[in-house]
Design a protein around this ligand. Structure first.
Ligand SMILES: N[C@@H](CCC(=O)N[C@@H](CS)C(=O)NCC(=O)O)C(=O)O
Length: 194
């Protein structure tokens, strides 16, 4: 059984979309960040950083319980557990790893911080141009839909266009529409229900 501790945030939805797309069943525990659910002793035992998302898998490696924090680590865990979403072969896995790392270290933090740090506009424009060019050449970041797509999608779905006009980039807009129509992605994006 997998428990997913999450809130209505883009970081959290990276976890729920990953779980849904991997076809793993999970129970959502909605955390109220305003009430500081993330700072309780119970949650700090799951994640000493006191953040969401966190997943707890009672059937982890060797049948032991695995607790995973950081949305990127959660996606890697889910892909490995399910044997899905991690490239179609060894070469393609390298593509997944490159784009996953670029998103986690570059595009996602830049776009997330832009609203409060307008000086990041040039950095955002640069990385968005690279992403748009790439998605003009292929359907997904790697050869098949993967965690490289999932880690980026919640950040840009419904992105505030007045902060950055991401929808003006036609290949990214095409990719957002396609990924957003996937049943697993829709299911994950609809969490938490309450
Ligand atoms: N790098 C972390 C970021 C997680 C994060 O910042 N979570 C926020 C919600 S989006 C949070 O838990 N904030 C509550 C707090 O910092 O007390 C990840 O990707 O999981």
């Amino acid at each position: 059984m997998i428990d997913c501790y999450m809130a209505s945030t883009t970081n959290s939805r990276r976890a729920s979309v990953g779980l849904s797309e991997a076809g793993l069943s999970y129970t959502v525990h909605a955390m109220d960040l305003r009430k500081k659910d993330q700072s309780t002793p119970e949650h700090l035992a799951r994640n000493p950083y006191g953040k969401v998302p966190v997943i707890v898998d009672s059937d982890g490696p060797g049948g032991k319980t695995a607790t995973v924090f950081e949305s990127g680590a959660i996606l890697l865990y889910v892909a490995e557990k399910a044997g899905k979403l991690y490239g179609k072969d060894a070469l393609d896995r390298i593509e997944v790893q490159k784009w996953f790392t670029l998103h986690m270290n570059g595009s996602v933090p830049f776009l997330g911080a832009l609203k409060n740090h307008p000086t990041l506009k040039d950095d955002c424009a640069r990385v968005v141009r690279v992403i748009d060019d790439h998605l003009g050449r292929q359907q997904y970041f790697a050869g098949t839909f993967s965690i490289a797509d999932i880690c980026f999608y919640p950040r840009v779905a419904g992105f505030d266009q007045s902060v950055f006009p991401i929808d003006d980039h036609k290949n990214i807009a095409r990719w957002i529409a396609e990924v957003g129509a996937r049943p697993g992605t829709r299911e994950g994006m609809s969490q938490p229900k309450s």
